[in-house]
Design a protein around this ligand. Structure first.
Ligand code: GDP
Ligand code: IMO
Ligand code: MG
Length: 423
């Protein structure tokens, strides 16, 4: 198995947490390498039900060490609350969780700027999670970020914060928001620093020694391919690199060390936030998918937009990420549908077009061309053997495999760890 990368192949919430928790049982390291607490990864196992925002979903695996590497942006309040929540459920993090001092910190002004940008955009807003993700990454790439390393030195933190508040308070006050006080931020963040200190250790050497020993390393992607800052539906995207290439930048693992790249896809499609969604169903079928699939955001609680499986998108996702296999989740959600559709490709003005051909206004206009499948109308919930799946479900999965030209390795038939078929 060696190095396995798990990537969301749609617009996030594909069930990555479930797949990671399952695979992590055989891993020595589980690494979160990008994004922040915009992520919400649900894990349901013998310890309970957990919504993981920052701590890797592999924390429950007995032999796995977990890493938050340099590519992740950290809201320390959320991180500390998550560590405490895990402790209450008897899950140990000390000696099991390592955080890179290179991680950038989400500051109070980032969250305010996130909401101010959204407000200014009005109807054209991105629909962010409001967690300050975009402004934090913007500061990172423009050399204005504050890292964990800075926070560990009171004097450096204070100097850097002073410069940032000089700049940010000008923006805040010009937009009618009260300025932030250095003293107040210092008090709160220096208290965070004391609590987080035992977890701070540059994970590079740990990971590279594991690579040398050929130990199993699992990389936990966040968000989804079509929220990638370059290859997603910009500007309705997130701030980090979601595609497979982001691994080296975000964790220090060389690209050629990746042995498996698993694309996680729902058996249908969902999206939270704004932006084009060619197979969206704004009708009773979409509402049924939302209700049956429990499609409400783990992080913000927003209802997710729902639609049919889009093979045009996943074909592109598989190509650009180099998926070696697919993990299909939530097959059971389709159990009661008499008809199920797959968008095989897009058309515009009677011509076949591809995802890559245009921008968001183009994607808002394309017409999905569907192939209709007969529903199986039997329960697949909790099935663990492929042979036990209804014939129509097998036919649906085979069609996906063929349309994407990528083999399916996992079929998830329920939210719990053991509700899965491994091929
Ligand atoms: P992530 O962000 O990719 O980890 O996905 P989320 O946790 O945000 O959303 C996935 C939701 O689907 C969660 O509520 C999971 O518990 C649930 N889930 C995952 N796999 C399955 C499955 O195979 N069947 C069903 N019914 N629910 C699933
Ligand atoms: P997981 O890891 C679904 C979406 C937001 C918004 C856009 C930008 O649970 O799959 P941001 O707060 O990142 O600036 O918001 O990206 N988004 C997600 N949607 N799942 C996620 O994470 C997401 N993380 C960000 O809804 O459209
Ligand atoms: Mg999620």
């Amino acid at each position: 198995m060696a190095v396995t990368l798990v990537i969301g192949a749609q617009w996030g919430d594909e069930g990555k947490g479930k797949i990671i928790d399952h695979i992590a049982q055989n891993s020595k390291f589980v690494v979160r390498f990008h994004g922040g607490n915009n992520a919400g990864h649900t894990v349901i196992n013998k310890f309970g039900k957990f919504a993981m925002h920052l701590v890797p979903s592999g924390i429950f695996a007995p032999h796995a060490k977990t890493v938050i590497s340099n590519g992740v942006v950290l809201d320390l309040e959320v991180l500390l609350a998550e560590i405490e929540m895990l402790a209450k459920s008897g899950i140990k993090t000390k000696g099991k969780l390592f955080i890179s001092p290179r991680c950038h910190i989400i500051m109070p002004y980032h969250k305010i700027l996130d909401s101010l940008c959204e407000k200014a955009k009005g109807k054209t807003k991105t629909g962010t999670t409001g967690r300050g993700i975009g402004p934090t990454y913007a500061d990172k790439v423009s050399y204005n970020g504050i890292r964990i390393w800075d926070l560990m030195d009171k004097k450096v933190f204070s100097q850097k914060l002073k410069i940032q508040l000089f700049l940010k308070n000008k923006i805040l006050t010009s937009l009618g928001v009260s300025p932030l006080a250095q003293k107040d931020i210092e008090k709160v963040y220096l208290a965070f620093a004391t609590k987080i200190k035992p977890y701070i250790k540059e994970p590079y050497s740990l990971i590279h020694s594991a690579l040398q020993k050929k130990e199993n390393i699992l990389l936990e992607g966040a968000q989804g391919m079509f929220l990638d800052n370059d290859w997603g539906t910009y500007p309705f995207v997130t701030a980090s690199t979601v595609v497979a290439g982001g691994v080296t930048e975000g964790s220090g693992i060389p690209p050629k060390k990746l042995d498996q790249i698993i694309g996680v896809v729902k058996a249908y499609t969902t999206r939270v936030g704004s932006g084009p969604f060619p197979t969206e169903l704004q009708n009773g079928i979409g509402a049924k998918l939302r209700k049956t699939g429990g499609e409400f955001g783990v992080t913000t609680g927003r209802p997710r937009r729902c639609g049919w499986f889009d093979a045009e998108l996943i074909r592109f996702a598989s190509q650009i990420n180099g998926f070696t296999t697919l993990a299909i989740t939530k097959l059971d959600v389709l159990d009661t549908f008499s008809e199920i559709k797959i968008c095989t490709h897009y058309a515009l003005n009677g011509k076949k077009v591809r995802y890559i051909d245009g921008d968001t206004s183009f994607l808002a206009k394309v017409k999905p061309i569907y192939r209709t499948f007969k529903g199986w109308r039997k329960s697949t919930k909790g099935i663990t053997k492929y042979k036990d799946l209804p014939l129509e479900a097998k036919y649906y999965l085979k069609a996906i495999e063929k349309l994407i030209n990528t083999p399916i390795k996992y079929i998830s038939t329920g939210p719990k760890r053991e509700e899965i078929i491994k091929l």
